[in-house]
Write a protein that binds this ligand. Structure first.
Ligand SMILES: *Cc1c(COP(=O)(O)O)cnc(C)c1O
Length: 441
């Protein structure tokens, strides 16, 4: 399998090369040259397969013979080694809980898979020759985070030989749990605490990738959601959801809290590979340029505004171009399978309270957006049933949740233990020169 760039100005590459490059040199996103079709009998009998086997069968066509079957099976097993339960909330709505991984957000799946693939691709310390680069020594993964990405990436790459991780985060603008997840690992993970905003962090990282001195001195790669090794494994849990779906004659409507649109795009890819899905809903907060697109067929980026569901505060979703690619830029096909909903902060708060009072279910703000978008869709389609993706544990957003419920949150044991660890970060001015000095030292 080869991956082409959506801008079509860079040559097609292998899976490993796409994973190492992150983004294509022409600034396009890598996309598979064809969408593999899964065996009909496999889907029909999905309940009889283990999660490891399902994940292996889904990803194997993309990786091809670039890894041995044994290696890929090991990576997959290490990626999905925590529960991903489908929990009934009401008669018609279930929650797919994606927050039982080490950093309590769905990004754990992609980050764990990607880190292990990168280790295979670079083959540990020593010389590396991929994509025309030849560098002595190690790969440096550089990533800017507004919260969840940093923790998942830090955890996924922690202890991976041949890979150093440098995470930039905005000082004082991530939640206490998120900060501990970034700053307490040590080892091959360094946290740079930038005295600026997330946009500053992202601008510094972008500049680093373009800087000739840095490119000559360090082998830099990124770990954001446009990387195929993070994007493709997100298909796994859509299949796990269907495995647990009772009424196989009525496929589920899937509501996906969406920001950069990597997660929902992976779900749509799974559907095009043969997974039965009735319809997809992109559940958005007020940063909803895709809702505008579905009305007008024009995608107009907007400045992101802050909301309670801050992991979805994205004004120009990078992965939307992949959704266009899946549907070959045919709007009728796209709009048949995908609709969107816009949920305000006050609706999000009211939904968290409603879910707790009515069903004794505690949702985080992102999951609440997903629930309400689904409830509205089902009101207009009374013969259907659905699933919303619960993308993070409520404890990651304690201020929003405790204020609404009026109750202190139960802290999971995994979080309690990191909250007592010492934060280790390096303060950095929000200037590229400061980052460059750090990376060259
Ligand atoms: C990243 C994130 C999202 C958005 O996912 P995309 O793939 O960017 O659309 C939603 N919820 C949570 C909790 C996240 O961390």
């Amino acid at each position: 399998m080869k991956f082409y760039s959506t801008n079509k100005q860079s040559p097609p590459v292998s899976f490993k090369e796409a994973a190492i490059n992150g983004q294509a040199p022409d600034k396009g996103l890598y996309f598979p040259e064809y969408i593999p079709q899964l065996d009909v009998a496999f889907i029909k009998n999905i309940e009889t397969y283990s999660n490891e086997e399902i994940a292996y069968r889904v990803i194997a066509p993309y990786v091809g013979d670039e890894m041995s079957e044994e290696t890929l099976r090991r990576i997959v097993a290490e990626t999905v080694n925590f529960p991903i339960p489908l929990v009934p909330v009401s008669d018609t709505i279930s929650s797919l809980e994606l927050f039982h991984g080490p950093t309590l957000a769905f990004k754990d799946i992609g980050a764990r898979f990607m880190s292990r693939c990168l280790r295979e691709a670079v083959g540990g310390p020593g010389d590396v020759t991929i994509g025309g680069h030849e560098k002595k020594g190690e790969v440096t993964v550089l990533v800017a985070t507004s919260g969840d990405t940093g923790g998942a990436v830090a955890n996924g790459f922690y202890g991976v030989e041949g890979v150093n991780v440098v995470i930039l985060y905005p000082s004082g603008k991530v939640s206490p749990v998120q900060e501990k997840q970034l700053t307490t690992l040590g080892g091959n993970v360094v946290a740079l605490e930038v005295t600026g905003t997330f946009d500053d962090c992202q601008a510094m990282v972008k500049q680093a990738f373009m800087d000739q001195d840095l490119r000559a001195a360090r082998f830099l790669t990124s770990a954001n959601s446009i990387n195929v090794a993070r994007w493709l494994p997100q298909q796994f849990y859509y299949f796990f959801a269907y495995k647990q779906w009772k009424d196989k004659t009525t496929p589920p409507v899937l509501s996906v809290p969406s920001g950069n649109f990597g997660n929902i795009c992976a779900g749509i890819l799974a559907m095009q590979s043969g997974l039965p899905v009735s319809h997809f809903i992109a559940a958005c907060n007020v940063n909803d340029i895709v809702s505008d697109y579905l009305r007008t067929q024009v995608l107009t980026p907007k400045e992101a505004v802050p909301t309670l569901s801050n992991a979805m505060d994205v004004g120009n979703p990078s992965n939307f171009v992949r959704i266009l690619e899946i549907f070959q830029h045919q709007f009728p096909a796209l709009s048949q399978h995908l609709s969107s909903a816009t949920i305000t902060d006050s609706e999000t708060s009211a939904t968290i309270k409603y879910l707790l009072d009515t069903f004794n279910y505690l949702a985080d703000p992102h999951g609440a957006v997903g629930y309400l978008a689904l409830e509205r869709y089902l009101a207009a389609h009374p013969d259907e049933k659905g699933i919303f993706l619960e993308t993070a544990h409520p404890v990651k957003f304690p201020d929003a949740v405790e204020q609404i419920t009026g109750q202190p949150l139960d802290i999971p044991a995994a979080v309690q233990s990191i909250m007592t660890l010492e934060k280790k970060s390096i303060l950095l001015r929000p200037e590229f020169a400061a980052l460059k000095d750090f990376l060259l030292q």
